[in-house]
Write a protein that binds this ligand. Structure first.
Ligand SMILES: Cc1cc2nc3c(=O)[nH]c(=O)nc-3n(C[C@H](O)[C@H](O)[C@H](O)COP(=O)(O)OP(=O)(O)OC[C@H]3O[C@@H](n4cnc5c(N)ncnc54)[C@H](O)[C@@H]3O)c2cc1C
Length: 502
């Protein structure tokens, strides 16, 4: 039975059928956070005209995503959150940017759209095996390339690959294949490794976010309300049932009531909101004087991301930069590393950043490190600290060092330019950064796992009517960038919420 077919509840709106008498504060489904996942959930669930869906997004409404080769996440950006972050224990704090706009991080990202591998899903609950998730990967995309066994033809997200490679990509592919790595034409085949073109969520050089793909085409649905500039401050519960959220808009607080709430505020926002609603590690909440509604030790714990160090080089010639080209057109996937020959200096691709070097990124795709979200104040407007704890293990440090050596060898063989300091043997701890692939913090797991926050249907254990649909539910980080997998998870959660899949 579809979730919106249930008997009317007290205070329930019939906005779709009777807009005059409707209680506009009530929705059947309230989606909190209009990022990569939230747009998918709102777009899919509102396909049922009987279901009133409200989406609240803290950031502004983007008209459309911009050119693929421009990442609007620099210091002056007005479409990102800036969270304090600590990459290594004892390291000084830095700033982590996440999208704050309708479309979320997927509206400001690099457009790389590579799926998690089949092996990655062996670390997820059995109901998320590769066989179970493949139909959802196919449903979400339109990718005319490759074997039809793996690809979809009619989904909302267009997937493309660059055919006429940038000189950087072409030289890197040549060096990698000469070094014995396979050329892989389709990195979205299960367990694909080797060097090849990056699948991109883009059309004609323009990034296509989930806002573009799942919301814009349905802007005229009377049962779909999208409110930008509205921040959820805390959830409202009646006993063990969620009944809505308190939101802030332009300094004014109000209550939005709902039958079902789906949290899609991202890997920082979702645990942060849960903790400010009294759902989280009791000790941490009590230390700040926050009420403990439900002691959930896993909230904000087990965060994962891909540490990335870059090898900077002085280009032998000029690096032609075109905003309509992806900054990453090809990658090399080994078992646990991803090498990224960026086609543009970060100073060209990220407005406000000063960096003239060419760069090859080296990312650890199966790191040991696990981080956490740490609340710093009882005031929900104060951002939490994202503590990564990168490179604590000898294995991670050794793998990153080996990756930098490989990058240096491929750079030398490609003739792209000379390493600008360091090179083979470069200290992996120097110049360490992050791939911005933060996931986890509300992991799915079984009822007997004390650190699980949601069950394998992404329902928050212990709270009726509350779901999580974003990257925070990942029980383990995929060995590829997370965006395509976030969209797949949101597709599935939309079906669970709508009652289409049990
Ligand atoms: C700069 C950058 C580049 C990246 N590049 C890539 C890439 O090329 N390929 C790839 O695979 N991955 C990439 N990623 C990661 C990928 O984009 C994210 O993993 C993915 O978009 C996360 O989706 P999400 O829905 O979980 O969160 P988000 O897309 O971040 O959405 C969360 C949304 O919730 C909103 N929100 C938060 N709190 C509240 C609140 N209290 N009330 C209301 N709204 C709230 C936020 O403003 C945001 O819009 C990149 C990320 C960044 C930041």
């Amino acid at each position: 039975m579809a979730r919106c077919d249930r008997a009317p509840q007290p205070g329930r709106s019939d906005a779709a059928s009777d807009p005059v008498t409707a209680d506009l504060s009530y929705s059947d489904v309230l989606v909190v956070g209009g990022g990569s996942a939230g747009c998918v959930v709102a777009g899919r669930v509102s396909a049922d005209p009987a279901c009133v869906v409200t989406l609240v997004e803290s950031g502004p409404r983007a008209v459309a995503s911009g050119p693929l080769g421009v990442l609007p996440v620099g210091p002056d950006s007005d479409v990102v959150w800036r969270h304090p972050a600590q990459l290594r224990e004892d390291a000084p704090e830095t700033v982590l940017a996440r999208g704050r706009v309708v479309g979320g991080s997927g509206a400001v990202n690099g457009g790389y759209f590579v799926r998690a591998t089949a092996a990655d899903f062996t670390r997820w609950p059995r109901s998320w095996s590769y066989e179970e998730v493949l139909p959802h990967f196919r449903r979400l995309e339109s990718d005319p390339f490759g074997d039809r066994a793996w690809h979809g033809d009619s989904g909302p997200m267009p997937v493309t690959r660059t055919a006429d490679l940038h000189p950087v990509g072409a030289a890197f592919v040549g060096a990698a294949t000469d070094a014995g790595f396979d050329h892989r034409a389709d990195l979205n085949e299960p367990d694909a490794t080797g060097v090849g073109p990056v699948p991109l969520n883009a059309r004609a050089g323009v990034r296509v976010s989930t806002a573009d793909a799942y919301l814009v085409p349905h802007a005229d649905r009377p049962n779909l309300r999208v409110h930008a500039g509205v921040r959820a401050v805390r959830l409202v519960l009646d006993g063990t049932r969620v009944v809505g959220a308190e939101v802030e808009e332009g300094g004014r607080m109000r209550l939005l009531r709902a039958g079902t709430v789906v949290l899609c505020a991202g890997a920082v926002g979702t645990p942060h909101l849960l903790m400010h609603s009294g759902i989280g590690p009791a000790q941490q909440l009590s230390r700040l004087g926050l009420p403990v509604v439900l002691d959930r030790p896993g909230v904000g714990q087990g965060l994962e991301d891909h540490p990335e160090a870059t090898l900077a080089y002085r280009p032998a010639g000029s690096l032609p930069y075109r905003p309509d080209r992806a900054v990453l057109e090809v990658v090399l996937e080994t078992d646990d590393l991803e090498l990224r020959p960026y086609t543009a200096p970060f100073g060209a691709a990220i407005p406000g950043v000063d960096d003239p070097f060419g760069r090859v990124g080296v990312a650890l795709m199966r790191p040991d490190s696990r981080g956490e979200i740490v609340l710093r104040s009882a005031d929900p407007a104060v951002p939490p600290l994202v503590r990564y704890r990168y490179l604590r293990s000898d294995a991670d440090r050794a793998a990153l060092g080996a990756g930098l050596d490989l990058a240096a060898a491929l750079l030398a063989a490609s003739g792209l330019g000379e390493v600008a300091g360091g090179g083979a043997g470069t200290d992996p701890l120097a110049g360490l950064g992050t791939s911005m692939h933060l996931s986890g913090g509300c992991a799915m797991g079984s009822a007997d796992d004390p650190h699980a926050v949601v069950d394998d249907r992404c329902r928050v254990a212990g709270v009726d009517g509350l779901w999580i649909g974003d990257g925070s539910v990942f029980p383990s980080l995929p060995s590829r960038g997370p965006h395509a997998t976030v969209v797949m998870v949101a597709e599935r959660v939309a079906r669970f919420v709508a009652g289409l899949d049990a």
